[in-house]
Write a protein that binds this ligand. Sequence first.
Ligand code: NDP
Length: 279
Amino acid sequence: MANLIDGKLISTQIKDELKEEVAELKKKGIDGCLAVIQVGNDLHHQCMCATRKKACEYVGIKSLSYELAEETTQEEILELIEKLNADASVNGILCQLPLPKHIDEDAVIDAIDPKKDVDGFSPQSVGAMVIGKPGFLPCTPAGIIALLKRSNIDIDGKSCVVVGRSNIVGKPMSLLMLRENATVTVCHSHTKDLKDVCKNADILIVAIGKPKFIDASYVKDGAVVIDVGIHRNAENKLCGDVDFDSVVSKVSHITPVPGGVGPMTIAMLMSNCVEAMKR
Ligand code: NDP
């Protein structure tokens, strides 16, 4: 039977460590403040905002929430970002994605001061990650590296397959695994023989956005499986991109959904906020 990788437990350990760091920084007169911009009233975004707010409270960082109407213009968002960039009391800024279609997401991401880019999505942050310079790492991939390391899973020299190449998960994930000396293969919707490629993986990371897509036929015996996907099924229950029940008896380690990657994304956001405070 597989070992469950407990993202809830590991994320709590990380937040506890950060809480201590924040207390130390406060003693030196350094306060943390994360500003979150949300456009429209998508229910999932609201849940994310509530979870972030709770994490900020837990760690000891102030959070500011800007809940803007769906019809807010790009200029209005850019003006707000400019104001937050100039506000010395704000050290982290993030804009909940995706944004409504009339707004150019790249323009919004570019507008955030790289020193406050705690999501790690700005071209400067991405460039620094690619060449291995210090900078903010994108939260979900960084959280997966922390999950693997804190679960004592060896990455060095392992064959890693990442399914998905989005800018926020798949691409940065492959770069971070490369940085840890894995031999990395990235798959996407044009990949031929996906099953055969996945079956070679010692570590299989799935960020495909399709419920229960990966079943036991894609997985090598004893592999480590990281499921990034989050979906709500017809019974309103959460599930991932991996068919957990099909795969669990075949693998050595697996992340559950919920309670795997999800909590780590928030913990790494808090970690980036603390990093921003230190800078
Ligand atoms: P995207 O939709 O942006 O990317 C999906 C990727 O999967 C694309 O690169 C796409 O390929 C690839 N893909 C789609 N279908 C196939 C297929 N049949 N075979 C191979 N590859 C395929 O999704 P995200 O990366 O943003 O998110 C992925 C999942 O992770 C979602 O379920 C999302 O909800 C979840 N998520 C969870 C987070 C967490 O904190 N737990 C954080 C972020 C995301 P192509 O590029 O060719 O189109």
